[in-house]
Design a protein around this ligand. Sequence first.
Ligand code: GLU
Length: 409
Amino acid sequence: MTRANHSQRGQGRVSKRIAAIAESATLAVDAKAKALKAAGRPVIGFGAGEPDFPTPGYIVDAAVNAAKVVANHRYTPTPGLPELREAIVRKTKRDSGYEITADQVLVTNGGKQSVYQSFAAILDPGDEVLLPAPYWTSYPECIKLAGGVPVEVFADESQEYLVTVDQLERALTPKTKVLLFCSPSNPTGSVYSPEEVKAIAEWADAKGLWIITDEIYEHLLYDGATAPSIPVVHPAIADRTIILNGVAKTYAMTGWRVGWMIGPKDVIKAATNHQSHLTSNVANVSQRAAIAALDGNLDAVKEMLSAFNRRRKLIVAMLNEIPGVQCPMPKGAFYVYPSIKGLLGKEIDGARPTSSAELAALILEKVEVAVVPGEAFGPSGYLRLSYATSDEDIVEGVTRIKNLLSKAK
Ligand code: GLU
């Protein structure tokens, strides 16, 4: 092949579509912290949102038993084991009061795959997605991979990071097809009130939009907050709603990779066709573990929740003691999202960070604490810290951050 021929076969070795995708910042920070730790550094990680508890024993036992059953060594139906889809039907009724049938459920490789497949199932090239910001780092990349255009709608700390219907209305165009909704929110921990959820659902319905609603943090709620499910609050939009969920956060099962999407039958069928060419079924041993989790009670999450609640108060109080840091008290999930705008441009230990990305890099370099910069989730000026880690690490890690940032001048 001549050089000329070769160059006609594409401009670069990596496709433009994939080259445009940034690495997941949450996973990158987590990997960096874990690698430094493995190399013997005393790193404290507030990076990835991953419960520090083990998966409850009865779930692990179900997996061990499943591994011995030959049927679980084989392919099973793409959309999931029938028993798991039925367990998801029962769980959705129990936890959300939402009645569905098993053919409205597609089991995916973690909640993340359901994010991508949902957008892929309903977006055509150029369709716009209203994306309340700060947003989870993978949403815009999944939207772009699916050919869509993310349209950020930013709410800052003065509005508890919660967007209003007015803001959404201003971002609406004839190309808008979907609203992404996530409450409790990753990365801010903010929770919309039932009235706000209803107002947003009614507005989206009136505009003919779809809603993709991420309910992965549904059980992680504090101070009496609730997180009602969109199609329960406003049933009229159920036929244009896709719910995303999974076992990762509720049962400390991040590594098992079991998530699901719930939606109208035609969309679930289309997404299942897509998945049949991507990944086929999720690992059966993990699916069997998920059945045990969903058919069991919620005692384990209640136990984790009381630890998370204690850590939430601890980390917010400690962060707010640092001059230049302003940390709202979140009502859900296990993240805090302090503004550090008061520190940007100041001299800190010989450096002068002008963005949260630079500040996060400085914190890792100087005091070996891993946090995720706001740029991963929208505008600069913020840090995300996961408090799904031990109380000791919170005290030690935030003390180190305080010692460093107190030098700002
Ligand atoms: N969802 C968690 C986070 O935001 C886990 C890492 C990831 O998949 O992004 O940290």
